[in-house]
Write a protein that binds this ligand. Sequence first.
Ligand code: SF4
Length: 122
Amino acid sequence: MFHTPLDKLRRELLSIHGVGPETADSILLYAGGQPTFVVDAYTYRVFSRHGWIDLGSDYHQIQEFFHDHLPADAPMFNEFHALLVCLGKHYCKKGKPLCETCPLKALLPRGGPVGKDEELST
Ligand code: SF4
């Protein structure tokens, strides 16, 4: 299955009932070792709060942002996503970001986090 070209396989996975972009990309990255960035609510929360992506960005716009700015390196995508999950669980919490103790505090825009708790759209 993972010898199928990435774009084709992604389209095939997305055609399966119940498989959305995050699930398809998780299968491709974690099971297949394919260089596709997995976007989730933590990714959206951290990047939108810092003003690095627009508040209304959808799944594919955010994924494109990562693909445009990072080398296509599956192990690095894996680690990057895991670190964002860790950041979201421990610091960048829904409704109450713990910016004072967060390792990304120095990267906040002036005035602090941007926006409210908008949800990631697919
Ligand atoms: S500094 Fe604040 S907004 Fe930025 S990742 Fe940390 S908790 Fe989230």
